[in-house]
Structures are given as structure tokens and as C-alpha cells.
Design a protein around this ligand. Structure first.
Ligand code: NAG
Ligand code: NAG
Ligand code: NAG
Ligand code: NAG
Ligand code: NAG
Ligand code: NAG
Ligand code: NAG
Ligand code: NAG
Length: 466
């Protein structure tokens, strides 16, 4: 049914656009770090005895070079250059005010020996390793308590050689949780750009307890059947910008997290102000963009746009469970193109997977204000499998302008969700059938392009279409 816009509606729309201060800081934030910073001091890894033959283990060379560069930290920082070659290494630690720069033909290779990836304490927000109780192997490139770190290159390569780890995982011969390829903990002003990451043992890039993280122009590739090789997992981190990335992996391309059950609830560090744009890729068993399943510290203010996912299991996914607590709210996802994706939108309220038996089954997550708009999809099996939690409905789910060419008879399957929709084809399920406009408009999170310069144009098109 058609309704006409009143002056009040228009004023409401304008008032909403003039709020959202995060949008201004957030989007300028993405641009700020574009230019490569020049450090006053630079050394090359060969000056520390490294050999780029793909066989010599260079862990000591990386450690010694970085130890040496530490003396320049208070003098504008320093750069460690990795020239063309194949540089085998175990895990090493970064320092503040450091640029790790790779030549276009440089390949940093992860050691095939698990002893070269020392075991470190579990994250406090997880309480144990994600896969096994106890500690976890440290990432190949690791940093903790750092400020101003740049990992970049002219599309050079960091290859985790993860197949040994995938085999240990599948054969259940691991003693500790697998390592990530890059992990930064409790760090700020982090830039990761212009690189290709291959074959991570586990998640590829993991910023945890970080702020002001920019990831740009990065290619991440692992086999589509490799286990849990997520692309980028911002975890209990704020002010994160991810743009212009191509990711093709076995699991979620991007998964936003914030800790696990009782450990995540008590650590209480949310992921917030996350911007994702211009992301393309495919995933074997995962989703293009996922939130959770570990979300116990809360996830909010996520803006993702300009996404293209193909040949994938799921497009957009929220995963949670009783016991998680926390929240997922104020999520805005728009301009999504899907092709050959089994499930376009999926909410899973009973994901399971708990760290131990001490989680509180009454700790129910709050899921609300999720806006998904401007989505098209070809060769989609299910438009939406939206499963909330009994007694804990997912609220204010707003779906607008979604056109999916589905092959299943029952395109939408909804339980324990409530929300609104407009211009959705095939027609949504009953709990989401109420129209957004005009009376439910204010229930829907940020139903407009968050980029100020485009807001009015978009408002115009909505006004015209109504
Ligand atoms: C990434 O590469 C592009 C083009 O090669 C260059 O313009 C840009 O400055 C680089 N960014 C960084 C952060 O190195
Ligand atoms: C985080 O790093 C800062 C310094 O960089 C340090 O003062 C603080 O104690 C660290 N916090 C944690 C929880 O590691
Ligand atoms: C980071 O900060 C925490 C908390 O202050 C401290 O316990 C830890 O040792 C620091 N780690 C490093 C590598 O500086
Ligand atoms: C970087 O290298 C990857 C892997 O070879 C390639 O797919 C990608 O197109 C390259 N990116 C750029 C900007 O050249
Ligand atoms: C697990 O521990 C056993 C016994 O110490 C060791 O032989 C094996 O190599 C370890 N597995 C991995 C993947 O490190
Ligand atoms: C998906 O994969 C199939 C088989 O590999 C291929 O034929 C098809 O073109 C792919 N679809 C897209 C959208 O890339
Ligand atoms: C609906 O989304 C498409 C892109 O998928 C866009 O071109 C179109 O302008 C949108 N329609 C409205 C009314 O916003
Ligand atoms: C649809 O939802 C019902 C009830 O939650 C469930 O039993 C059924 O398996 C779902 N169908 C699909 C295709 O997921």
C-alpha cells in the first residue's frame, strides 16, 4: 500500500542524518591513513643475516632487526624492509613506531615446525584457546601494547603455509589452538595495507583489544575447504576501517567478534565503530560478513557497504547463542551483490559452542536494530533463514530494497524475529511484513547511506519511490 510522506517525516529524516557523529570521524578515518608514512630510519633484513632461500630459518634475524630498531622508536620510528626472496621464519614480535615493508617479490613464509610458533596465554575474553583448552600458538606476526604500526608492501606476500596446521587440526593431533597469521593485541594506530596473505593456519588477520585499525588494499587467499581460515576478524576492537579488500577463504571473510560467553561478558570490551567497504570474495563454508558467534562483549555501530560475494555458503550472517550475553545492535549493511550464494541472510540463535560448562544459559544476547538494504542476488537458494531465540526475539530487523532470484520454494524461514520490510522480493516472512515507511522508520537503524554527501540524493530516491 502506498502512503504519502508528510513534512514531519521529512524533518525526521533530516534530523536523523544530522546526527551520527561517528560517521564523520569514521569515514575520514578510512582516508587519513592512505599515504604511506616515511620513517627516518630504515634497515634491510639481510643486514641481520637473513637468507631468502625459502629454507633458512630467519626468526633470529627478524627478532634482532626489530630489537635494533627499538632504539629509534622515540626518534620518529623506523622501517624494516624485506627485499625480494623467500624468507622462512617462525613467530616474531613487532614494536611501536615500526613499518614492516615488503618488496613486491618478497614472500615471508611461516615455519612448518609448530615449535617455531610458541604457545602464549589464552585471551582473557575467551578464557581458553578457541579450539582447545589452555594456551594457543602465537601468530606468525605478533604485536602487543603497540602504537603506530604499519605492515605494508607493494603487494608482497605473507604465506602461513597453513596446510600442515589444517592437517594437524583434521587429524586431531594439535596440542594447542592454531595460530593466526597476524595478530595485534591491545594496540592502536595500526595500518595493514597493500599485501597478499596466503594460507593462514587459522584466522588470517586478528586485531584484538585494538583501536584505530585500518586495513586497505589487501588480498587474502586460502583454499575454500581449509578449516576456519577466516579473513579479517576484528575482535573487541573499535574504530576499524576495512576497505578495498578481496578475500577468498574457507570460512567467514570478515567476522566481527567480542569474546566468548562468561569470559567475554566479564571482560566487557565491545567491538564498535567498524566500517567495511568495497569488499569482494568467496567463502567455502562461511559468510561474506559475519557477526559472532563470539559477541559476548557486544558489537555495535557496524557499517558495511559495497559488498560482492559469490559462490559462497552465506552472504550476511549473525551467529549467537544463549550463554553469550552481550548484544549486536545498530548494524547497517547496504549495496550488496550476491551470485551463487546458498543463503543470502542468515541469523543463527542456537549456534552452541561454549568454552566450558560454566556459561550461564540465562545470559541471552540482545539482537536489535539490524538494517540490510539494497541487496541483489542471482542463483540464491534461500533468501533468509532467520532464527532468533525463543523468549528473546531479535528485534527491529529492517529489510529494504532486496531483490533475490531464489530457487527454493520457501525463500524465507523466520522464527523469533520481529521487524519491518519494504520492497523485498520474494516477499518476506510474516514477522517482518509490516512496512517500514512511514510509521516504523525511526525503529530502523540508519536507514540511509551514512556518507553525508550522498544522504540527500538517497533521501530523494526514497521520496520519489514513495
Ligand atoms: C599502496 O599502493 C598504492 C599503489 O601501489 C600506493 O599509492 C599507496 O600509497 C600504497 N599504500 C600504502 C599505505 O603503502
Ligand atoms: C595496553 O597497552 C598499554 C600501553 O601500550 C598498557 O599501558 C596497558 O596496560 C595495556 N593493557 C593491557 C590490558 O594489556
Ligand atoms: C602489555 O601490557 C600488559 C598490562 O600492562 C602487561 O601485563 C604485559 O606484560 C605487556 N606486554 C608487553 C609485551 O609489553
Ligand atoms: C596482489 O597479488 C594478488 C595475488 O597474486 C593478486 O590476486 C592481486 O590482484 C594483486 N593486487 C594488486 C593490486 O596488484
Ligand atoms: C603435540 O605434542 C606431542 C608430544 O609432545 C608432539 O610430539 C607433537 O608434535 C605435538 N603436536 C604439534 C602439532 O605440535
Ligand atoms: C561458481 O563456481 C562455478 C564452478 O566453479 C562456476 O561455474 C561459476 O561461474 C562460479 N560463479 C561465480 C559467480 O563466480
Ligand atoms: C535499490 O537497490 C538498487 C541496487 O541494488 C539501487 O540501484 C536502487 O537505487 C535502490 N532503490 C531504491 C529505491 O533505493
Ligand atoms: C525452517 O524453520 C523451521 C522451524 O525453525 C525448521 O524446522 C526448518 O528446518 C527450517 N527450514 C530450513 C530450510 O531451514
Amino acid at each position: 500500500m502506498r502512503r504519502s510522506f508528510t513534512l514531519v517525516d521529512v524533518l525526521l529524516v533530516l534530523a536523523l542524518f544530522s546526527q551520527a557523529p561517528w560517521a564523520v570521524s569514521g569515514s575520514s578515518y578510512c582516508k587519513q591513513t592512505r599515504s604511506a608514512e616515511i620513517r627516518p630510519h630504515s634497515v634491510t633484513i639481510t643486514e641481520f643475516g637473513a637468507v631468502g632461500d625459502g629454507v633458512t630459518l630467519n626468526t633470529k634475524a627478524f627478532q634482532n632487526a626489530i630489537f635494533y630498531l627499538n632504539s629509534f622508536a622515540d626518534k620518529g620510528g623506523a622501517q624494516l624492509f624485506v627485499p625480494a626472496g623467500r624468507w622462512l621464519t617462525g613467530s616474531f614480535d613487532l614494536i611501536s613506531h615500526l613499518t614492516l615493508r615488503l618488496d613486491k617479490d618478497a614472500v615471508i613464509l611461516g615455519s612448518l615446525n609448530s615449535n617455531d610458533w610458541p604457545v602464549v596465554d589464552p585471551l582473557p575474553s575467551y578464557g581458553r584457546g578457541r579450539e582447545l583448552p589452555g594456551g594457543r600458538h602465537r601468530s606468525l606476526i605478533f604485536g602487543r601494547n603497540l602504537t603506530d604500526v604499519i605492515i605494508t608492501g607493494d603487494n608482497g606476500t605473507i604465506d602461513g603455509q597453513g596446510s600442515v596446521w589444517w592437517n594437524w587440526f583434521l587429524k586431531e593431533t594439535l596440542n594447542y589452538t592454531r595460530p593466526h597469521l597476524v595478530e595485534l593485541m591491545n594496540s592502536t594506530e595500526v595500518v595493514i595495507s597493500n599485501l597478499t596473505f596466503l594460507n593462514s593456519p587459522f584466522w588470517t588477520i586478528h586485531p584484538v583489544y585494538c583501536s584505530q585499525v585500518t586495513i586497505q588494499d589487501v588480498t587474502i587467499i586460502s583454499p575454500l575447504d581449509s578449516p576456519n581460515t577466516d579473513g579479517i576478524d576484528p575482535d573487541s576492537s573499535n574504530d576499524v576501517c576495512i576497505e578495498d579488500c578481496y578475500i577468498s577463504t574457507g570460512d567467514d571473510l570478515i567476522a566481527i567478534k567480542s569474546g566468548w560467553d562468561e569470559y567475554g561478558i566479564s571482560y566487557a570490551r565491545p567491538s564498535t565503530n567498524i566500517i567495511i567497504r568495497k569488499l569482494a570474495g568467496q567463502t567455502g563454508s562461511g559468510a561474506g560478513i559475519a557477526i559472532g558467534s563470539e559477541m559476548s562483549g557486544g558489537v555495535s555501530e557496524v557499517h558495511a557497504e559495497n559488498l560482492q560475494f559469490f559462490n559462497s555458503s552465506t552472504g550476511i550472517r549473525i551467529k549467537t547463542s544463549p550463554g553469550r550475553g552481550g548484544y549486536v545492535k545498530n548494524i547497517y549493511i547496504s549495496e550488496v551483490i550476491l551470485a551463487d550464494v546458498k543463503i543470502a541472510i542468515r541469523f543463527t540463535g542456537q549456534y552452541g559452542e561454549h568454552p566450558d560448562e560454566f556459561y550461564d544459559p540465562n545470559a541471552l544476547p540482545i539482537i536489535e536494530k539490524i538494517t540490510i538494504k539494497d541487496v541483489t542476488g542471482e542463483h540464491i537458494k534461500f533468501a533468509g533463514l532467520l532464527e532468533g531465540i525463543e523468549g528473546d526475539n531479535f528485534l527491529k530487523i529492517c529489510l529494504a530494497n532486496i531483490t533475490l532470484d531464489t530457487t527454493s520454494g520457501s525463500a524465507w524461514n523466520c522464527s523469533y524475529v520481529q521487524g519491518y520490510s519494504d520492497l523485498v522480493s520474494p516477499e518476506t516472512c510474516d514477522p517482518l511484513k509490516q512496512s517500514i515507511f512511514p510509521e516504523h522508520y525511526s525503529d530502523c537503524y540508519h536507514l540511509s547511506n551514512h556518507l553525508r554527501s550522498h544522504s540527500y540524493r538517497n533521501t530523494g530516491s526514497w521520496l520519489l519511490s514513495w
